[in-house]
Design a protein around this ligand. Structure first.
Ligand code: SAM
Length: 338
């Protein structure tokens, strides 16, 4: 039996508006994802998707990618795109920091729209705002020369902040422009309009100056695993532990033993360890399995459940579980591949 399990069953293209980004190669070949080949636009935090749908309906030859971190918003957006049967929209559940960096090739985007970003009004929360100088630099590295960041906000402080941060990045010039009508018809815009609040629109134009380079993600093509000798005890206790790996850390939460497996002696036992893998722009819940292998052996491996992105920190989850197993009586290392 080969112990090398492929980490990904990569897809070249995907039907429908939901882009299974975890199963696509990075950066994504967006030309294979759409039946049209016009300019590629990105929208961050599309909310209920009404602006995305409006823009995509008005420009059927252009391509629109929308990002959301909220599952409820994603579902609402998908519903709207499906109802209109739009072929030029792809929606993804992923945070902007990770997506802009890893899912888009350098200098491929025509625009990046940010409508009503979370304002984080308290000074001590400013660090959570999306449009920081480093993010402007990252976005510039993905924009075509002449491309732009398009911001709508109801929050005057956010506008001032974003202008100052774009200037810090040294890569954008401010441009006054009339907002497209639909910008002030998003869910949030309508809410603020009803309250009589002023709304602001700003274009940040990228002129084409040299941008920083961002190394791609080290993404293993085989699932990390470890071979050990020993047997699984019938009862075991794992206390929560946090271990740093690569750029992030791994949290082991709990171990679950299969009840129907008849215990360790039957050879059918399997444990699943639930872990969180936290990296600067990516947080993943993963499962690491431990099961008997051959005579007196054990195999520890990352489960494909949830299509984890296998980064060096993700491999740390297998490492952390292995290190913990090696503290159990009678368990010893054979081959470690993580
Ligand atoms: C205030 S709402 C605005 C929604 C929509 N643009 C509108 O105008 O109605 C901000 C949205 O951004 C999403 N969001 C926040 N941070 C994000 C990130 N890092 N990446 C992607 N979406 C994000 C939130 O889930 C939320 O839906």
């Amino acid at each position: 039996m080969s112990d090398l399990v492929p980490a990904y069953d990569f897809l070249d293209s995907s039907p429908g508006p939901l882009a299974p980004w975890r199963r696509l190669r990075f950066p994504v070949a967006w030309d294979q994802q759409f039946p049209v080949s016009g300019p590629l636009h990105l929208e961050i935090g599309f909310g209920d998707g009404r602006y995305t749908v409006r823009r995509a309906s008005d420009a059927p030859g252009e391509r629109f990618v929308g990002l959301e971190i909220s599952s409820a918003s994603l579902l609402r957006g998908l519903g709207k795109v499906r109802k209109k049967n739009l072929q030029n929209v792809k929606l993804l559940k992923v945070g902007a920091g990770f997506a802009v960096r890893h899912l888009f090739a350098p200098h491929t985007l025509a625009s990046v729209t940010v409508n009503f970003p979370d304002p984080w009004p308290k000074e001590r929360h400013e660090k959570n705002r999306l449009l920081q100088a480093d993010f402007f630099k990252l976005v510039a590295s993905r924009l075509l020369p002449g491309g732009a960041v398009l911001l709508a906000t109801d929050h005057p402080d956010y506008l001032v902040f974003a202008r100052a941060e774009s200037e810090k990045s040294g890569l954008f010039r401010l441009e006054d422009a009339e907002p497209p009508a639909a910008v002030f018809e998003t869910k949030y815009a309508l809410k603020w309009k009803t309250l009589g609040k002023p709304l602001y629109y700003q274009v940040f134009r990228y002129g084409g100056a040299l941008t920083p380079e961002y190394p791609g993600l080290e993404r293993d093509e085989t699932m990390p695993h470890a071979l050990l000798s020993g047997r699984l005890p019938s009862h075991v206790y794992l206390s929560k532990q946090v271990t740093p790996y690569a750029d992030g850390h791994v949290i082991l939460h709990e171990v679950v033993q299969r009840l129907d497996a008849g215990g360790a002696e039957s050879g059918g036992a399997k444990w699943l360890v639930r872990a969180t893998v936290e990296e600067p722009e990516l947080r993943q819940q993963v499962l690491v399995s431990v099961r008997p292998r051959g005579e007196g052996g054990l195999i520890v491996g990352l489960e494909p459940f949830g299509d984890p992105v296998v980064t060096p920190t993700t491999r740390g989850a297998v490492h952390a579980v292995t290190e913990w197993l090696l503290t159990l009586p009678g368990v010893a290392a054979q081959t470690l591949s993580y």
